[in-house]
Write a protein that binds this ligand. Structure first.
Ligand code: GRF
Length: 197
């Protein structure tokens, strides 16, 4: 039986697309069962539908900051899709301990920095400001602390003297598209060995 994977997105979903495309291979130990966005305008929803994956929208705005109520709606969609694994991919909402707890050990996220460096936002600008020679991305298990869980994989890029946050982000995103599918394959197969690229 393949592991059932739900993917949360907020925008274009480029990481989601790579995960879904890789799971289309017969030898992959997992299959996509849901792509959920917190914004009906998320471009990734159309891409997911074109790839034949069920989609759902749970807009966070009507909940007016009531995170537990928003997360109950998220969990309602997951109760229907029955995933074994939850992948956050460009999902821009912070999830509380109440939601994350029951998913402990089964929820992955990709973050555009070499964690534990640069948790939070604006990671590329911060790496440039710090004069880092290397930067990259990390896939980690999600815990209640933001961008803080056990590392499942990392991919590195060299920082160039003429890099801007945008040029660096573009190179990191290319590596994300390789790293996340590789990590999900191993994780879904039950292999905890981290992936380093
Ligand atoms: C990526 O930089 C990813 O690291 C971050 O969200 C950004 C957009 O991802 N989590 P995607 O194109 O929506 O997958």
């Amino acid at each position: 039986m393949k592991k059932r994977v739900a993917i949360f997105i907020s925008g274009g979903g480029s990481n989601m697309v790579r995960l879904v495309e890789d799971m289309a291979n017969a030898d992959h130990p997992a299959e996509p069962v849901l792509v959920l966005a917190n914004d009906a305008g998320a471009g990734g929803l159309k891409k997911a539908a074109e790839l034949g994956v069920a989609t759902a929208v749970v807009d966070h705005r009507p909940f007016n900051g009531d995170r537990p109520a928003f997360e109950r709606a998220l969990q309602g969609e997951l109760d229907r899709a029955r995933p074994d694994i939850l992948c956050l991919a460009g999902f821009m909402r912070v999830l509380t301990e109440g939601f994350v707890g029951p998913w402990n050990g089964r929820m992955l996220n990709i973050h555009p920095s070499l964690l534990p460096k640069y948790k939070g936002l604006h990671t590329h600008a911060r790496a440039l400001e710090a004069g880092d020679r290397e930067h990259g991305c990390t896939v980690h298990l999600v815990t209640p602390a933001l961008d803080d869980g056990p590392i499942l994989g990392q991919a590195r890029v060299n920082v160039r003297a003429d890099d801007t946050p945008d040029s660096l982000a573009a190179r990191v995103l290319e590596r994300e598209h390789k790293l996340y599918p590789a990590v999900l394959r191993r994780f879904a197969a039950g292999d905890p060995t981290p992936v380093f690229m």
